[in-house]
Design a protein around this ligand. Structure first.
Ligand code: PLP
Length: 341
């Protein structure tokens, strides 16, 4: 995909921890037998504890967050869906598949006037975090209209404590999605969780049907989510910091914004005052970008120390619809010349 990239190639485009949870020894029975219901319930109990959901009955293990997106959108009858932009593009597709008319809104206070509202929190690609209290107000507004709030917390493992809505799902109309693959570094295992009120969990479970999560995923997930000792290891703490730094660098959007402002200066006609204002915005954005580059230079030795070269093949499969507002960009656009002040 990037034939000219220096090797080893560090692919930070997907926000997947390059220091995965070590794969335990797997018994062949996990592959030979169908996964059993008791194992699913055990994993749900461990996940409830790990993520802070009220009980195992509030948790549905699933084969990846992706597959849940249309299903959570189907929890309400086709109507109006609002999505806080700019974000992972699959939410828009999923809401359309579920029959909703989709509006992408630019501020959280516009989310509540809908049947289904979606927020990625922290957001992909820019790390934007919407306050828990704001989200709870939106959930209240939605509840009055029979609507549901979906909070995609696929990246919440690195969010500040207290950011998650996992403890609030008992309110009845909040669905929280957690991805196992990103933080635990096992995107290929396909494991995730929907956290919601038990009646919603039952409906999602009925949509997924039996044996949705493979036996090896149940086994690895149960072990990893319960492994507090692993989380306390110094190497884990260091890896977590390095991963956060890497995410910060690759999700920086100032440069893209500055590029689009610069190009709109030449594409559209602006009044002299508007043009002066845009030039000033671009200058400030460029200085922020300069700081991001300094951060990148400072972080590189740490990232180099803690990366595992075998994990960085020089080709990588792109995420299905990750280009527009989806996954963090894999390469940065060239900076345009700074406009004259
Ligand atoms: C915000 C967001 N949600 C969900 C997904 C899908 O995650 P999973 O691998 O758990 O299906 C992605 C993948 O990049 C994502 O960025």
């Amino acid at each position: 995909m990037f034939p000219d990239a220096p090797e080893p190639f560090i692919d930070l485009s997907t926000g997947i921890n390059p220091h995965p949870y070590p794969v335990p020894e797997l018994s062949s029975a996990l592959f030979e037998r169908l996964p059993d219901r008791a194992h699913v319930r055990r994993l749900a109990a461990v996940a409830a504890q790990c993520y802070g959901a009220p009980s195992a009955g509030h948790v549905l293990p699933a084969p990846g967050t992706q597959i849940l997106l249309p299903q959570v959108a189907m929890l309400v009858s086709p109507g109006r869906a609002t999505i806080l932009r700019t974000t992972y593009a699959e939410h828009q597709r999923a809401a359309s598949v579920a029959g909703h008319g989709v509006t992408e809104v630019s501020s959280a206070d516009q989310l509540g006037r809908a049947d289904l509202a979606v927020v990625v929190n922290p957001n992909n690609p820019d790390g934007r975090l919407v306050e828990r209290d704001t989200l709870l107000d939106i959930a209240d507004e939605l509840r009055r209209r029979g609507g549901i709030l979906v909070v995609d917390e696929s990246f919440a493992d690195v969010a500040p404590p207290g950011a998650t809505l996992a403890g609030d799902i008992g309110r009845g109309n909040i669905v929280v999605l957690r991805s196992f693959g990103k933080f635990y570094g096992h995107a290929g295992l396909r494991l995730s969780f929907a956290l919601a009120a038990p009646n919603l969990v039952e409906r999602l479970d009925a949509m997924l049907g039996p044996w949705a999560v493979a036996g090896p995923a149940l086994f690895i997930g149960e072990k990893a989510l319960a492994d507090e000792a692993w989380k306390l290891q110094e190497s884990y703490a260091k890896s977590r910091l390095v991963w956060q730094l890497a995410l910060l660098i690759t999700t920086s959007i100032q440069e893209a914004t500055s590029n689009s402002l610069s190009s709109s200066l030449t594409t559209y006609s602006w009044s002299a005052e508007e043009e002066a204002l845009i030039r000033r915005i671009v200058i400030v954005l460029d200085s922020i970008h300069g700081l991001t580059q300094q951060l990148e230079t400072l972080s590189t030795p740490l990232i180099d120390t803690y990366k595992r070269p075998s994990l960085y093949p020089h080709t990588s499969a792109p995420n299905p619809t990750a280009t527009d507002g989806g996954d963090a960009p894999t390469s940065k656009p060239a900076s345009p010349p700074l406009p004259d002040a």
